[in-house]
Design a protein around this ligand. Structure first.
Ligand SMILES: Nc1nc2c(ncn2[C@@H]2O[C@H](COP(=O)(O)OP(=O)(O)OP(=O)(O)O)[C@@H](O)[C@H]2O)c(=O)[nH]1
Length: 375
């Protein structure tokens, strides 16, 4: 093999292996990709099985028999390329027919029914439910029916044994059939389970994270507020909540446009996320309002944490595109801590909200505790 040819072959192999591997991560929620991946993996495995069987027969000098297996491998490889080149429908249908034909020919010609090779057809049932769309029930049934028909045909009419395989050989084929079927089924089930897990994670992400700012959304952060509050009551510990609101945000939108407003929200949220501690939570409470849940934190501690966030936001630099003009953003924050008579988390939130309005009334760009007004 010339170096150029070797390099090209390696490049080719790497490219397709990478492509196959990526199918599991790219666009994780695309259900179409899930089926395509099942088809691709089935084809690749069949190609490998075909080549290995072909080589085994070749080592015994049985040319015709080994060519049947190599032909099986070639059909599988063709199916794989059909699938990745965009002919997914044809590739999907080709496999059950090619596999049934291959198993039938091998059972009649080489292995006989005593080798149990025909049980390989059971793979087609797993393939039919994962390789075809749910609304293609007819195609799924057809594949199951066809494989059952082939299985029955082999059991009824194929010879029990053949000249090719000894008793040991039959045992070996039965074991190999078991291992191949189990691996295919486990792989197919694995692909489906992985996809479902990714889909689940993605759905949870969509349900819990605010699309624009990437901090938790109101529903999630309030759910955590309930948990943190319940923990604090049960363990008799302190906890504080803070509400942060961007000052005169409407003016930023009016003056620079909604896109810049969105950008400001994103940058502020980034600063907030970077400043919370491991057990704290921050979420978008409303349009330009954010809530912080700070377990095991006294009001003064919470105030200094929020003070740091406030300063970092007011120091942040957002330049307008192609100009030196800098947008200056300030925030007002209200902080409240759990009290001995607090019985619901909403009471802390209401006090934090009151403190926020005190901060707005006092001229904005500041952090206030709910009892600051009483001092
Ligand atoms: N760009 C952008 N603007 C938003 C978003 N959500 C809410 N807003 C805007 O935020 C502004 C909030 O305005 P106001 O409630 O009047 O408050 P404010 O101008 O910040 O004034 P103060 O809170 O009193 O300091 C409104 O103009 C909303 O349209 C968003 O996701 N993106």
């Amino acid at each position: 093999m010339t170096p150029f040819f070797k390099e090209q072959t390696l490049h080719f192999l790497k490219h397709y292996i990478k492509k196959l591997a990526l199918l599991s991560s790219i666009n994780a929620v695309d259900v179409d990709l899930n089926r395509k991946q099942v088809v691709n993996i089935t084809y690749l495995l069949s190609s490998v099985v075909g080549v290995i069987s072909g080589l085994v027969f070749l080592s015994y000098g049985w040319l015709i028999e080994s060519s049947v297996h190599f032909l099986g491998a070639a059909v599988s490889t063709t199916g794989y390329f059909l699938s990745i080149k965009g002919y997914a429908g044809s590739a999907r249908l080709l496999f059950p027919f090619a596999c049934s034909t291959y198993v039938t020919v091998c059972s009649f010609k080489f292995y006989g029914t005593d080798s149990h090779f025909s049980w390989l057809l059971i793979v087609l049932s797993a393939y039919s439910v994962t390789g075809f769309r749910v609304d293609r029930g007819k195609a799924q049934l057809l594949v199951c029916f066809f494989s059952l028909l082939a299985f029955a045909f082999i059991q009824l009419f194929a010879p029990k044994t053949t000249e090719y395989v000894s008793i040991d050989g039959r045992l070996l084929i039965a074991l190999a059939t078991f291992v191949a079927s189990a691996s295919m089924i486990v792989l197919i089930a694995g692909v489906v389970v992985t996809k479902l897990r990714k889909l689940n994670e993605h759905l949870r992400y969509l349900a819990e994270v605010d699309d624009l700012t990437k901090v938790y959304n109101r529903r999630k952060v309030l759910a955590e507020a309930v948990n943190v509050f319940a923990d604090a009551i049960m363990t008799n510990q302190r906890c504080s909540f803070a509400i942060l609101d961007l000052d005169h945000f409407k003016r930023i939108n009016d003056q620079y446009g909604h896109d810049i407003g969105d950008q400001v929200l994103q940058r502020c949220a980034e600063i907030m996320s970077n400043n919370i501690r491991r057990h704290d939570w921050v979420g978008r409470y409303g349009g330009e309002e954010f809530v912080f849940i700070l377990p095991n934190t006294r009001a003064e501690e919470a105030k200094s944490l929020m003070e740091s966030v406030r300063i970092q936001i007011s120091d942040m630099t957002i330049f307008l595109r192609d100009t030196d003009e800098r947008i200056h953003v300030t925030t007002s924050v209200g902080v409240a801590e759990i009290q001995d008579d607090t019985v619901r988390y909403e009471q802390i939130l209401a006090r934090a909200d009151k403190a926020l309005y005190m901060a707005k009334d006092a001229g904005r760009n500041r952090v206030m505790l709910d009892f600051d007004g009483a001092r």
